[in-house]
Design a protein around this ligand. Structure first.
Ligand code: GAL
Length: 991
C-alpha cells in the first residue's frame, strides 16, 4: 500500500510523470478529435486517498464503476466547489496551507472524475491517439481503462498523454483524480480564488502517421520594405511539408524539421489597430493545419519597444479568467462581450494575469486586435510572508518545474500574432529558475521580448516593469528627477533606466475608482521611454451565491467560510462581477479614444492617437446643446488623419457663436462608419465637450422677497417642509461612506498635515483616510443652532456642527429668502478649530420621503458619477435615471453616485435649481435610499436595511478617489482640505 503523502506528485517538486508528451502548438487541424466534455461521474474525498486499497489500484478495470452513494454527476469542465462539493476560497498573498514546501496538508480535497465513452464510431485507423487536458487544478492523475496514464501539475497549462496502447474499440473508461493541493500549488499563488477541478476541456485527438505534430510559424514583416517572411518549423515524420498562402497563391515545399524561410513579398501588417490576418495552410500527406497568421515585427531598440517600427504604448488591462457562475471555466459569449467592451473603450492590450488563458482567447485576440502580454502560470507570492525563505524561484529542486511551465506556455501559443511579449509570471521573487526560463525563451523564440516585474535588477528581462508606481517615480525613471529606482543599486538602476519602461499594473480599479488615470495617461504621452500600462484589473471576481434566506449576491473572500481569506480584495475590476461596466471604464475610455478633439474658436483639431491605422473608419459629428438641450448638430467632413498626426477643420459658425445668457456646450464625437467584430456601425469611440462662450446677461439685482408660504420652518429656523414634502433633516455633512481606496493603506498617503508638505512618494505611515476621518468623528457630527434671526425678508440660521469629544467642526450659515413663489437658500460654511485631515465631502444632507417617486431628472454632469480625479467620462447635459440606478452596486457598499456641477434637479414634485453666486460654485448631488453612515456599515449590498426615505446630498465639494487600495493616494491637487465653501440653490414650486 502506498501512503498518500508518499506518492510522487504530492511530495516532490517534479512537474509531472514521464509519460507526458512534449508540449506543442494548439493547431486547427483536420486530425480527428473527440471531446470528452459533458457529464462525468464524480466523487469527492476530503483527503488524498491511498493509491491502492487491498492491493487494488484505483480505477482498476471492473472495480470501480463510479456507482454507489458517493458518486454523483458533474459537468466537465467545471470546478467542483461551484457545484455543491466543498467551497471556493480566496487568498491574495498568503497560501491557505502551511508554507512547508513541497508538502501539502493531508486534508486535501480530491475529486475523482470518471467517464465511459464508446469509441466504436470514432476509432481511428493507424497512428496514435492522445488524451489532452487543457486545465486541471492543481494535480491531475489519469487512468484509462484502469491503467495508469500519468500525472501532471501546472493547472492552467495543457498536458497531453499518448494513450494509443490503452484504448480499445467500444467502451473505454477515463478516470481523472484531481487533488486540490499539490507541490504545484506553491507555484500558483495568484491573487484569485482557489478553484479545484477539471476546468478546461478533455479531448482525444488522433495523430496520423506522418502528421504535423508541431508547427511553429514566425510571420515577420520588415517595417521598412513591407516585405513578409514566414519562418516555418515543423515536427513530423513526413518527408515533405507544403506551405500555402491561398490569398496570394503562394505555395512552397519545405523539408520538415529545421526552420525554413518562405518569402511572401509585400504584405499588410498585423496590428491591434488593424488586425489583418492571413490564412496559411501547412500540410503533409497525412494532415493539414490551418493557421491565421499576422505579419509583424516586435523589437527592443534601446529604451524603445517597437512594433512594426513604431513605439508600442500599451493601453491595457490585466485580465483574469473569472465568471460569477463558472469560475475559470471558459465561456466564449462572455469573452466576446468582454473583448467588445474593451475595444469600445479603447483598450488595446491585455496582460493575461497571471496565467495562460483558454486557447480560444488567443484566436479572438488575433481577430479583434489586442497586444497580448502572455503570462506563464507562476506565482509564489506566499513566500513573501516568510521573507522569501525557501522561495522555489531560486531553488534548483524546482528548476524543472519552472522550465516545464514556461515550455508549455510558449509552445502552445507561439503562433499567435497577438502575443507580443512573454511574461515569466508574477510576484515570485527572483532567482535562477526565473533566469533559466528567460534563457529558454530566448533560445526558443527570439522574436518576442521577455517581461517579469520581479526582475527588479533587470538581470534577465528585456523590459523594465513596475506595478503601481507614483507619478513621481515615473518622472524619475523617465526624466531628470532623481529617486531610487526599485531600491536597487546604481548599476541595476542605470540598467533599468535604459530599457523600455512599462507599468504591468496601475490604476487599481477596486470599488469606486481609481482616480488619476489622466495623470498616468499624461505621462504615457509625455515620456517616450514609457510604454503605457495595464490597469488592474478587468473584472471583479465575485461568485454568485445566496444568503440563507435565498437572497442572491456576489460573494467574495470570507463568504464561503474560509478560515484564511483576504475579503473584498478580489473585487477590483473595471466591470463588476456580472460584467456591468463601472464608471471607471468610461473614464478610461475617454482617455484611450482613438482621436482627441481640441477647439480654438471655430477651428477644430482632430489628433489621431493611433500608431498604425488612419482614421478613415471614423465619422465625426458635432452637437450643440443650449441649456443642456440639443439644438443643432451635423456631420463634419474630416479627412483621414494619419497615425499620430493632426488635421484641422473649420466648424460651422452656428456651432460656436457666443450665446447670450445661456449655457452652451459643443460636443464632438467620432463613431464607427462600418460594423466591426466588436461594435456596430455608429458606435461612439470618442467624445469631447467644449464650452461655447457665453455673453453674460446684464445682471439684474433680485431683491429678496418674503418667504413663500409653501415653506414651513420650525422655531430653530430649520426647513421642515416644502409644498407639503417633509424635510426630516437638512444639515451639513462631512462624511462619505469610505471607498475601498479610502479604507486602505496600500501605499503612501499625501494626507500629511498640510498639502504643502505633500510631495514625492507620500507618507507610508499615514493611516487610511477612513481611519483618520473616523477618529476625528466626521461620521457623527452633532449640530447646535447658534442663532436664528430675520434680516429683512431673509431668515438666517447659524449652526455649529462638531463631533462629540473633539474641538473641531464647521460653522454654517443658512440664508433663506423668497423669490416669487420660489425659496432660495444660500448656505456657507467655514471650518472651526484645528483640522489635520482632509474631508471626504462637505455638503448638505436632506432626508426626504420616498413617495417623491422613483425617477430623477437633472441638468448637470452625467450620465455617470464622477469625482475630482475621475471626471473624464462625463459631459454636461440633461439626464434621467431611476433612483436605484444612480449609484453603482459595488461589491461592498461605499460612496457612489456623486454628480458634480448640478444646474437643475427634479425628483417628482421637488425641483431644485443650483445658482452660481458670489463664492458659490455649482454643487454636486447624490440621491440614494440610504445614508452614507448606513452604507458604511454594510459589507454587502443586500445587508442594507429596508428604507422608505430618500437621502439627497448637495455637496459643495468632494475628496478625490486615488488608488490607495493598491497604489498612491489621492494626489494633493484633488484632495479636499478643510476650507470655506458656499452653495446656493432655489427650491422651486412645481405642480
Ligand atoms: C498586485 C498583484 C495582483 C493583485 C494586485 C492587487 O501586486 O500582482 O495580482 O494582487 O496586486 O489587487
Amino acid at each position: 500500500m502506498t501512503a498518500p503523502g508518499a506518492v510522487g506528485p504530492l511530495g516532490t517538486t517534479a512537474p509531472g510523470s514521464g509519460s507526458r508528451l512534449p508540449p506543442r502548438a494548439r493547431l486547427r487541424s483536420d486530425a480527428k478529435t473527440l471531446s470528452l466534455d459533458g457529464t462525468w461521474r464524480f466523487r469527492l474525498h476530503d483527503r488524498a486517498p491511498r493509491d491502492e486499497v487491498d492491493g487494488v489500484p484505483p480505477f482498476a478495470a471492473g472495480t470501480d464503476r463510479a456507482t454507489g452513494p458517493d458518486w454523483s454527476d458533474l459537468p466537465v469542465p467545471s470546478h467542483w466547489v461551484l457545484h455543491g462539493h466543498g467551497a471556493p476560497a480566496y487568498t491574495n498573498i498568503r497560501y491557505p496551507f502551511p508554507v512547508d514546501p513541497p508538502h501539502v496538508p493531508d486534508r486535501n480535497p480530491t475529486g475523482d472524475h470518471v467517464r465511459t465513452v464508446d469509441l466504436s464510431d470514432w476509432w481511428p485507423a493507424g497512428g496514435r491517439t492522445l488524451l489532452r487536458l487543457d486545465g486541471a487544478e492543481s494535480l491531475a492523475r489519469v487512468w484509462v481503462n484502469g491503467r495508469t496514464v500519468g500525472w501532471s501539475t501546472g493547472s492552467r497549462l495543457t498536458t497531453e498523454y499518448d494513450v494509443t496502447g490503452l484504448l480499445r474499440p467500444g467502451a473505454n473508461t477515463v478516470a481523472i483524480r484531481v487533488h486540490q493541493w499539490s507541490q504545484g500549488s506553491y507555484l500558483e499563488d495568484q491573487d484569485q480564488w482557489w478553484l479545484p477541478g477539471v476546468f478546461r476541456s478533455v479531448t482525444l485527438e488522433h495523430r496520423p502517421d506522418g502528421g504535423l505534430d508541431d508547427v511553429f510559424v514566425t510571420a515577420d514583416r520588415d517595417p521598412v520594405t513591407g516585405r513578409g517572411t514566414l519562418v516555418v518549423e515543423t515536427v513530423t515524420t513526413a518527408t515533405q511539408v507544403t506551405v500555402r498562402l491561398p490569398e496570394t497563391g503562394l505555395e512552397a515545399r519545405l523539408a520538415p524539421g529545421a526552420p525554413a524561410r518562405v518569402d511572401v513579398g509585400t504584405v499588410d501588417a498585423w496590428s491591434a489597430e488593424e488586425p489583418r490576418l492571413h490564412d496559411v495552410v501547412i500540410a503533409t500527406d497525412a494532415e493539414t493545419v490551418r493557421l491565421r497568421v499576422g505579419f509583424r515585427r516586435v523589437e527592443v531598440v534601446g529604451d524603445r519597444l517597437l512594433v512594426n517600427g513604431v513605439p508600442l504604448v500599451f493601453h491595457g488591462v490585466n485580465r483574469h479568467e473569472t465568471h460569477p457562475d463558472r469560475g475559470r471555466v471558459f465561456d466564449e459569449d462572455t469573452l466576446r462581450t468582454d473583448l467588445s467592451l474593451m475595444k469600445q473603450h479603447g483598450v488595446q492590450a491585455i496582460r493575461t494575469a497571471h496565467q495562460p488563458p483558454h486557447p480560444r482567447f488567443l484566436e479572438l485576440a488575433d481577430e479583434y486586435g489586442f497586444w497580448v502580454v502572455l503570462e506563464c502560470d507562476l506565482e509564489t507570492h506566499g513566500f513573501w510572508e516568510v521573507d522569501w525563505s525557501g522561495n522555489p524561484s531560486d531553488d534548483p529542486a524546482w528548476r524543472d518545474a519552472y522550465l516545464d511551465r514556461v515550455r508549455r506556455t510558449v509552445e502552445r501559443d507561439k503562433n499567435h500574432p497577438s502575443v507580443v511579449v512573454w511574461s515569466l509570471g508574477n510576484e515570485s521573487g527572483t532567482g535562477r529558475n526565473l533566469a533559466a526560463m528567460a534563457d529558454w525563451i530566448r533560445r526558443r523564440d527570439p522574436s518576442r521580448p521577455i517581461h517579469y516585474e520581479g526582475d527588479t535588477e533587470g538581470a534577465y528581462t528585456d523590459l523594465y516593469s513596475r506595478m503601481y508606481p507614483t507619478i513621481e517615480e515615473i518622472d524619475s525613471v523617465c526624466g531628470d528627477l532623481a529617486m531610487p529606482v526599485h531600491e536597487v543599486g546604481p548599476a541595476a538602476g542605470a540598467r533599468q533606466r535604459a530599457k523600455p519602461f512599462v507599468l504591468c499594473e496601475y490604476g487599481h480599479a477596486m470599488g469606486n475608482g481609481p482616480g488619476s488615470l489622466a495623470d498616468y495617461q499624461d505621462r504615457f504621452e509625455r515620456w517616450s521611454r514609457l510604454h503605457g500600462g495595464f490597469v488592474w484589473e478587468w473584472r471583479d471576481h465575485g461568485l454568485r451565491t445566496t444568503t440563507d434566506d435565498g437572497v442572491a449576491y456576489f460573494g467574495y473572500g470570507g463568504d464561503f467560510g474560509e478560515p484564511v481569506h483576504d475579503g473584498v480584495f478580489v473585487m477590483d475590476g473595471l466591470v463588476l462581477s456580472d460584467g456591468t461596466p463601472s464608471p471607471a471604464l468610461a473614464d478610461l475610455g475617454r482617455l484611450w479614444a482613438p482621436v482627441r478633439f481640441t477647439r480654438e474658436g471655430s477651428s477644430l483639431t482632430v489628433h489621431s492617437q493611433r500608431a498604425h491605422a488612419d482614421t478613415a473608419d471614423l465619422a465625426v459629428v458635432w452637437e450643440l446643446r443650449v441649456d443642456g438641450r440639443v439644438v443643432d448638430g451635423g456631420a463634419l467632413d474630416v479627412p483621414p488623419v494619419r497615425p499620430g498626426r493632426d488635421v484641422t477643420v473649420a466648424l460651422p459658425s452656428d456651432a460656436v457663436a457666443p450665446r447670450r445668457g445661456r449655457e452652451a456646450h459643443l460636443t464632438l464625437r467620432a463613431s464607427l462608419r462600418q460594423d466591426t467584430v466588436w461594435a456596430p456601425r455608429g458606435q461612439v469611440v470618442a467624445e469631447v465637450q467644449t464650452v461655447v462662450e457665453v455673453v453674460p446677461p446684464t445682471p439684474s439685482a433680485r431683491p429678496s422677497g418674503v418667504l413663500p408660504s409653501a415653506a414651513v420652518f420650525d422655531e430653530d429656523g430649520a426647513l421642515r417642509s416644502w409644498h407639503g414634502i417633509d424635510v426630516a433633516v437638512l444639515v451639513p455633512e462631512l462624511w462619505r461612506a469610505p471607498t475601498e481606496n479610502d479604507r486602505a493603506s496600500g501605499q503612501g498617503s499625501y494626507e500629511t498635515t498640510s498639502p504643502e508638505l505633500s510631495s514625492g512618494r507620500g507618507d507610508e505611515s499615514v493611516p487610511p483616510s477612513a481611519d483618520r476621518w473616523r477618529e476625528r468623528g466626521l461620521d457623527r457630527l452633532t449640530h447646535r443652532v447658534t442663532a436664528v434671526a430675520r434680516e429683512g425678508g431673509v431668515l438666517v440660521q447659524r449652526l455649529r456642527s462638531m463631533p462629540a469629544g473633539t474641538g473641531s467642526g464647521i460653522d454654517s450659515e443658512f440664508r433663506w429668502s423668497g423669490d416669487g413663489d420660489d425659496l432660495r437658500l444660500r448656505w456657507s460654511a467655514v471650518p472651526v478649530g484645528p483640522w489635520d485631515c482632509t474631508w471626504p465631502r462637505i455638503g448638505l444632507h436632506l432626508d426626504l420621503p420616498d413617495d417623491l417617486g422613483d425617477a430623477v431628472e437633472w441638468w448637470g454632469t452625467g450620465p455617470h458619477e464622477s469625482y475630482p480625479d475621475a471626471a473624464n467620462g462625463v459631459v454636461v447635459g440633461r439626464f434621467a435615471s431611476a433612483v436605484d440606478a444612480l449609484g453603482v452596486r459595488y461589491a461592498r457598499p461605499q460612496e457612489t453616485g456623486h454628480r458634480p456641477d448640478l444646474r437643475e434637479l427634479r425628483i417628482g414634485r421637488l425641483a431644485i435649481d443650483a445658482l452660481r453666486g458670489a463664492g458659490a460654485d455649482l454643487p454636486g448631488f447624490q440621491l440614494a435610499r440610504h445614508t452614507a453612515q448606513q452604507w458604511a456599515r454594510a459589507e454587502h449590498p443586500h445587508e442594507l436595511p429596508a428604507s422608505d426615505r430618500l437621502h439627497l446630498y448637495l455637496d459643495a465639494a468632494q475628496h478625490g478617489l486615488g488608488s490607495r487600495a493598491c497604489g498612491p493616494d489621492v494626489l494633493p491637487r484633488f484632495a479636499l482640505w478643510p476650507r470655506q465653501v458656499a452653495l446656493e440653490v432655489m427650491f422651486r414650486a412645481v405642480s
